[in-house]
Design a binder for this molecule. Structure first.
Ligand SMILES: O=P(O)(O)O[C@@H]1[C@@H](OP(=O)(O)O)[C@H](OP(=O)(O)O)[C@H](O)[C@H](OP(=O)(O)O)[C@H]1OP(=O)(O)O
Ligand SMILES: Nc1ncnc2c1ncn2[C@@H]1O[C@H](COP(=O)(O)OP(=O)(O)OP(=O)(O)O)[C@@H](O)[C@H]1O
Ligand SMILES: [Zn+2]
Length: 509
């Protein structure tokens, strides 16, 4: 098992520095009007069968109109700077092909037999014949049951806003050449655009807010909040009880530091962000601003002006006074102070239910991976490789009760675990712009900034609500153990150093 741990975890190692601040003054385009409408939304699993908008294939000559917007492990996202009315206000989300890892043999193109059992009640998902269709069905038929559809891209519910658009190999090759120098080197090394994918998704650009007069500025803050609660499952081994007191995010930071993925441990505490308390939320947002890593970005008029381009080794991941001044000046040109921007973000998060519902969805992970992993083995009908390594009768007895659960129950719990995993990994995009004369447009919510005596229209969206493959369960278990073991080891070392000095170690979370 040790060998496979190393193998499975090696793709997380990064190889070279990524940028933390990305000042694109020259690229900041004038405001782009988004053509998406708030009025058209469908909730639940009534798949909308609107006629799909026909899009001409994107060719090599179109590549110049697309600029690098961002990327994660699985997708690369381009912004549009051309003038085609059907593309203005949209981003193109292109699948990447992993070079170093193949977590899912079928890449979710077609769900595995076991995944079909888990998502059996969701016809549209089970019958999906492409990764894009499965992704859309998952958001529309599963995630909308837990997250407010007001904050989910209407594109996920309506075909005409979330369109697979044909893309030629030449277009993708040209795009790749144009943008590669802007991508973090470690992301380039890990994976590239899948040039043969044939299509990409056209989605509303949530870093801009529609209808803004050209003279005004609009801002968007992107936050990847990660897991916002401490697990309390009885299946967490006694030796790992630290998990009940220290956040996964914090423990993972130490492992990331050790692996060179970050240059300093972040001071961000997800429990603050999810606390529902204005002061703690502002504290969390300020900490994210100070250590953005891959958890925080600021866009101005649709262009990234601040924040990590990825989660890799990041020499600049800690804010220097010079950088802070540069970014503060850039924002101040819009009449907004940096502090007010952070306060507005906290206020919007506080008012909207976006974090509240997200937390409830994350908490669908009720057993923790230390419990859910046993049910995974029930589902794949193989001997449990975790129990295999246990000798204590008492502990074995506890887990054997999980192995005696009926299949239906295992499917439900693991399905919920995967839904929670999506909720723990998604991001929020909060965009805002000054209201016209203090009046709000009817399709936006409004927040008032006391510090500058100005109302702002805002929108808040979840992005990246992708379905996680069932096969990842083993990886989840191994990573969890690696994170907690590394953290405990560090604690012990620090404890020894500390105790040999002036007393007991401080176990402050
Ligand atoms: O396992 P985690 O918590 O490290 O999350 C992974 C993320 O790492 P993070 O710690 O946020 O930097 C990771 O993000 P990065 O690649 O590190 O930016 C991905 O989001 C990954 O999801 P997927 O493989 O693209 O479906 C994420 O994997 P999942 O666990 O969400 O499946
Ligand atoms: N609809 C959108 N509007 C504006 N920007 C977007 C949109 N979707 C994605 N982005 C930008 O592109 C980046 C990468 O997108 P996304 O999170 O979907 O990639 P991913 O590979 O699925 O991520 P992960 O690593 O979490 O799996 C985001 O962090 C965000 O900055
Ligand atoms: Zn077991």
């Amino acid at each position: 098992m040790e060998d496979s741990i190393g193998e499975l975890l090696c793709y997380r190692e990064c190889v070279s520095p990524a940028q933390s601040i990305y000042l694109l003054l020259c690229l900041v385009p004038s405001l782009v009007l988004s053509s998406s409408s708030n009025a058209d939304r469908s909730i639940g699993c009534a798949m909308s069968h609107h006629r799909q908008e026909e899009h001409a294939i994107l060719r090599e000559s179109d590549a110049k109109d697309w600029f690098y917007k961002g990327e994660g492990a699985a997708n690369l996202v381009l912004g549009y700077s051309g003038s085609s009315p059907s593309l203005v206000g949209k981003v193109l989300r292109i699948q990447k092909s992993a070079r170093q890892i193949n977590l899912s043999e079928n890449g979710c193109l077609v769900l595995s037999d076991e995944e079909r059992l888990i998502w059996g009640g969701v016809d549209e998902l089970v019958k999906s014949t492409s990764k894009e269709a499965a992704a859309r069905a998952f958001v529309q038929c599963v995630m909308t049951n837990y997250l407010d559809s007001k904050h989910i891209d209407p594109g996920a519910c309506l075909f005409q806003f979330h369109i697979p658009i044909p893309v030629s190999k030449e277009f993708l090759e040209a795009v790749e050449m144009n943008i590669n120098s802007q991508r973090p080197t470690w992301r380039v090394a890990a994976s590239n655009i899948d040039n043969l994918c044939g299509s990409a998704l056209l989605i509303s650009d949530h870093s801009i807010i529609s209808g803004a007069p050209k003279s005004d500025f609009c801002f968007a803050v992107e936050i990847k909040p990660k897991c916002g609660f401490l697990p309390s499952s009885e299946y967490i081994a006694e030796a790992n009880s630290i998990k009940k007191h220290v956040t996964r995010f914090k423990m993972h930071q130490f492992l990331k530091l050790h692996q060179g993925e970050v240059s300093q441990v972040s001071g961000y505490d997800p429990l603050d962000l999810f606390s529902g308390t204005r002061d703690r939320m502002l504290l969390a947002i300020t900490a994210l601003f100070t250590s953005p890593q891959n958890n925080f970005r600021i866009f101005m008029n649709g262009s990234l002006i601040y924040g990590g381009l990825g989660g890799g080794a990041d020499n600049n991941s800690v804010l220097s006074p010079k950088t802070e001044n540069a970014i503060a000046d850039l924002i101040a040109a819009s009449g907004l102070q940096l502090v007010s921007l952070l306060e507005l973000t906290a206020e919007i998060l506080l008012r909207s239910e976006i974090l509240h519902r997200l937390l409830a969805t994350q908490k669908m992970d009720i057993l923790d991976i230390e419990g859910a992993i046993h049910l995974y083995y029930n589902i794949i009908s193989q001997p449990c490789s975790v129990c295999k390594n246990l000798s204590k009768a008492e502990v074995l007895h506890k887990y054997s009760s999980l192995h005696s659960l009926p299949l239906e129950k295992s499917l439900k719990i693991v399905g919920d675990y995967l839904i929670a995993a999506t909720a723990k990994d998604c991001s929020l995009m909060i965009s805002f712009r000054p209201s016209e004369d203090g009046h709000s447009a009817s399709n936006h919510d409004t927040v008032f900034s006391k510090s500058i005596n100005q109302s702002y229209d805002y929108k808040a969206y979840y992005i990246d609500l992708d379905l996680k493959p069932l096969k990842k369960m083993i990886y989840y278990y191994q990573l969890d153990q690696k994170i907690v073991n590394f953290y405990k080891m560090n604690q012990e070392i620090q404890g020894k150093v500390c105790c040999s000095g002036n007393g007991a170690p401080t176990a402050k979370h």
